[in-house]
Write a protein that binds this ligand. Structure first.
Ligand code: HEM
Length: 494
């Protein structure tokens, strides 16, 4: 655990006094008082900063920690969260399978929990561990303007319950597998029409953007059919801006100091345009609903977009959301739903390319279910349920490459113990999905890609890519079906 220790930084605070006495006082007695006093002040400031910023608060110092320097190192190396996890935490997790550790987050120190029992406890007791205010002190950063409004992901208590009452039925009613299939057919056209090598991750991002635009609120981004459609371009630029880890860790640069970064300012303007477009979509839908044009009995209920289904719940007296809440949720469906599924699909295709035998088994299953005629058959909801092996591939990919490696930090509202360690009220805890999914204690040969590990078991508390308990991902089935349809159709393609 020597990498956890930095002797210089961990010397006790009273070293400042010693250094002052031995190095500053003698000079003070001689002559240059100004320099001596400045040195004293500088040393004090250094120790105060070190104590307040670079070390965890006193009541958490019994927990091992990775400091700001590991995060800064990561930013400088431009590491992905996966690479950072591998470099920083995995060795520690191996040596302490029941432990926890601290890491600095955006608004303070966060306790990383990776033990299955603790994770279950936090997820089930969700009222004792509410979500922390994600946008605390930084509501106007690029990402927070888009997602940290009153929506299902970031609210707690009564507000969350009343939103869930409207949104949950909409997700249960909507399973647009035909739409997913149509998008996959468009993807094939795009691949056939291209002579250059295509970037899989870009293609998957386009497909999932198209899916959430159409299934979310009936909007055609033309992301798959056109190289550079207006809205795809704006959306992609803004999303790239969200991913900039520097602004994420230092949100002041994205708000008060924004004037120093003109390029970033342009991204804020683009985001405003995107948000205005969503306002318009909501107004139009409401207008159509008033005129009785939204309820389309020619459409299967499961092919209606989520916005329509949420507005219909108002009509059916099943609860309602204000325009502000509707918009906040559409934004968060994008953020929570499109990049995550794109990442899952890209990694799954990468694994299929890497392991031809696994690919062959997946193809056999797709042909068995959809028939082996050389046509692009779109699976039905029933057929997606028969995709046992393809489902195992999806699950194994989500284990090794969890698109959400850590869940939103939770506030500890009562003194408690996790992994036998005292956790004081007021601390922040987060479930580290990445660490749990790669822990030796939870999985045999955890780094190996082996879909067969999911052949038998039905539920497993050590597999939590979608979180769990009452706050489990509401788009889980939406995303899983999107992946099943696309992977089955792509495998069948050969
Ligand atoms: C592979 C795809 C996805 C993954 C891995 C994923 C992962 C997660 C996780 C881990 C959570 C729990 C967060 C927490 O407890 O702090 C969550 C919540 C949520 N996800 Fe997803 N998600 C995916 C797809 C989607 C999709 C497609 C949508 C919507 C279209 C969506 C919407 C949401 C919402 C609204 C919540 C908040 C639920 C609540 O708090 O009640 N997600 N997701």
């Amino acid at each position: 655990m020597s990498y956890l220790k930095n002797t210089f930084l961990q010397q006790p605070l009273n070293n400042a006094v010693e250094i002052y006495n031995s190095n500053v006082v003698p000079h003070l007695i001689k002559k240059n008082k100004t320099i001596a006093i400045s040195v004293a002040v500088a040393i004090s400031i250094f120790y105060i900063i070190r104590d307040q910023v670079f070390r965890p608060p006193r009541n958490l110092r019994h927990i091992p920690y990775f400091g700001y320097f590991s995060i800064l190192g990561s930013i400088l190396k431009n590491e992905s969260l996966f690479d950072r996890g591998k470099r920083v935490s995995m060795e520690f997790v191996k040596s302490r399978p029941d432990g926890l550790y601290l890491e600095p987050g955006k608004v303070g120190w966060e306790i990383q929990v990776y033990n299955a029992e603790d994770i279950k406890h936090i997820l089930l007791k969700y009222e004792l561990f509410p979500k922390t205010d994600f946008a605390e002190g930084c509501t106007e950063t690029l990402v927070n303007k888009f997602i940290a409004r009153p929506n299902l992901v970031f609210t707690n208590g009564e507000e969350w319950k009343s939103q869930k009452k409207v949104i949950n039925p909409a997700f249960r009613r909507s399973m647009p597998v035909k739409l997913f299939g149509n998008i996959t057919q468009q993807l094939f056209k795009r691949i056939e029409g291209s002579e250059k090598t295509l970037d899989v991750s870009d293609l998957m991002t386009r497909c999932t953007l198209e899916a959430i635009g159409k299934a979310g609120f009936g909007f055609d981004f033309e992301a798959v059919s056109k190289e550079d459609s207006k809205w795809t371009k704006i959306y992609s630029e803004v999303i790239d801006g969200f991913r900039d880890f520097t602004y994420f860790m230092f949100p002041r640069l994205d708000q008060e100091l924004l004037w120093l970064f003109p390029k970033r300012k342009v991204l804020h303007q683009k985001l405003d345009t995107l948000m205005d477009m969503l306002d318009e979509v909501i107004q139009n839908k409401r207008e159509l609903l008033k005129q009785g044009q939204v309820r389309n009995d020619d459409l299967e209920e499961n092919e209606r977009d989520l916005l329509t289904l949420m507005l219909e719940s108002e009509e059916l007296d099943e609860g309602s959301l204000s325009d502000k809440q509707l918009k906040a949720n559409l934004c968060v469906f994008f953020y929570a739903g499109h990049d995550t599924t794109a990442s899952a699909l890209s990694f799954a295709l990468n694994y299929l390319a890497k392991y031809p035998k696994i690919q062959e088994r997946a193809r056999k299953e797709a042909n068995l279910i959809l028939g082996d005629r050389p046509e692009d058959i779109i699976p039905t909801v029933e057929e997606t349920k028969q995709m046992i092996y393809i489902n195992q591939i999806i699950k194994e990919t989500l284990r090794l490459k969890a698109p959400v490696p850590r869940i939103t930090p939770r506030l500890v509202t009562k003194d408690t113990f996790l992994s036998g360690t005292f956790i004081p009220k007021g601390s922040r805890v987060t479930i580290n999905i990445y660490d749990l999914h790669l822990s030796d204690k939870a999985w045999e040969n955890p780094t190996e890609f082996d879909p067969d590990r999911f052949a038998q078991e039905e539920s497993n508390s050590t597999w939590v890519p979608f979180g769990g308990g009452a706050r489990q991902c509401i788009g889980m089935n939406f995303s899983l079906n999107e992946q099943r349809v696309m992977i089955a159709m792509i495998c069948k393609l050969k």
